[in-house]
Design a protein around this ligand. Structure first.
Ligand code: G3P
Ligand code: CA
Length: 329
């Protein structure tokens, strides 16, 4: 397994370790920090506008419950798809908070931006890409978009076509013609296969996200199977890479302090698939890892990944700078 000295840095929900996720502020900060790609999780509003939001719900990251009481569904949740864009624009975004009774209102990551400062709004995908392109011009650089189609099957059941709405924004902004600046990612294999067919004449790179079967993702695919050699052969038929969960690669430390790594990276790369694991967080280190730098070292120098999703893009930039200066890559 060889080290890739220049893995791509994907700002996970922006520089979300410092500012509330998926706000334009978090994206601008990630851009300035030197991320290669900014991640957008995308869902649709009631009127079919692609908005940048991680959940199909609005209540973990906005003040929707205060502004629109009585608009929750029977399960008590406030769904983005039940609100028109002009209503979503009225919401204030804050740090992600817990919803369960025991921790309600508490920040998921207590050391991050203060959860009581709801200073931000929910951007549309069009607004975010427009800002990114503007920053690319004013800063003289090229930064890609890394778009996740969130719950496409659920959207279809609700009567809306998420993939089509996203592709329309890429057409509108010119990114449909920039395959070197776009990745499309999804947990659902069928959605990626459909996109791969539809975009065949002018392809965009696709990443098959791999989760855990117990997460209840919006897909019938078996993620355990996708991580097998046969499953990777299957993915290589329609995607250019995989986005695995950190524990799919790192299995902990041996008693003598050696990282135990799966064969997934090598098996994927052998099939021509890039490997972009998620999510690298300074404030959520896997068991046995003592520092963020150690975590990066294991994945970049030992596992040899092609890119990684991180809430802290500046720390990955610093790590890679040091690696290049030391000449040990
Ligand atoms: O898209 C890669 C990673 O972001 C998947 O997890 O839940 O943060 O979207 P999630
Ligand atoms: Ca994502």
């Amino acid at each position: 397994m060889s080290t890739n000295p220049n893995p791509i840095i994907i700002a996970h929900r922006g520089a979300s370790g410092y500012l509330p996720e998926h706000t334009l502020a978090a994206k601008a900060l990630a851009h300035a920090m030197g991320a290669n790609y900014l991640e957008q999780d995308v869902v649709l509003s009631r009127d079919g506008t692609p908005i940048v939001l991680h959940d199909i719900h609005l209540d973990s990251t906005t003040d929707v419950a205060q502004r629109f009481p009585g608009r929750a569904r029977k399960d008590g949740r406030f769904y983005a798809i039940d609100f028109d864009l002009d209503e979503i624009r009225q919401l204030r975004v804050h740090e992600r908070t817990h919803l369960d009774a025991a921790h309600q209102g508490n920040a998921v990551y207590p050391q991050r931006f203060p959860a009581e400062h709801a200073l931000f709004s929910v951007p549309t995908l069009l607004e975010e890409i427009t800002m990114l392109a503007g920053l690319d011009r004013s800063r003289g650089c090229q930064t890609g978009v890394y778009i996740e189609l969130k719950s496409p099957l659920w959207h279809r059941c609700e009567g809306l076509d998420l993939p089509a709405a996203i592709i329309e924004v890429l057409e509108q902004t010119g990114y449909r013609d920039r395959p070197d600046q776009v990745f499309l990612q999804c947990f659902d294999d069928q959605t990626l296969q459909q996109l791969s067919r539809e975009l065949k004449a002018k392809p965009l790179p696709m990443i098959q996200l791999i989760g855990e079967n117990g997460w209840g993702e919006d897909s019938a695919v078996d993620y355990d199977y996708l991580r097998t050699p046969a499953g990777l052969d299957y993915v290589a038929g329609y995607a250019q890479g995989i986005g695995p969960f950190i524990p799919h690669i790192y299995h902990g430390m041996t008693p003598t302090g050696e990282p135990q790594l799966s064969a997934l990276v090598e098996q994927a790369q052998t099939r021509g698939l890039q490997v972009h694991p998620y999510t690298f967080r300074r404030d959520e280190l896997p068991a046995g890892i003592e520092s963020f730098e150690q975590l990066l070292d294991i994945f970049i120098r030992q596992a040899g990944v092609d890119g990684l999703f991180t809430d802290f893009p500046d720390l990955v930039v610093d790590y890679l700078d040091k690696l290049h200066q030391s000449g040990t890559n």
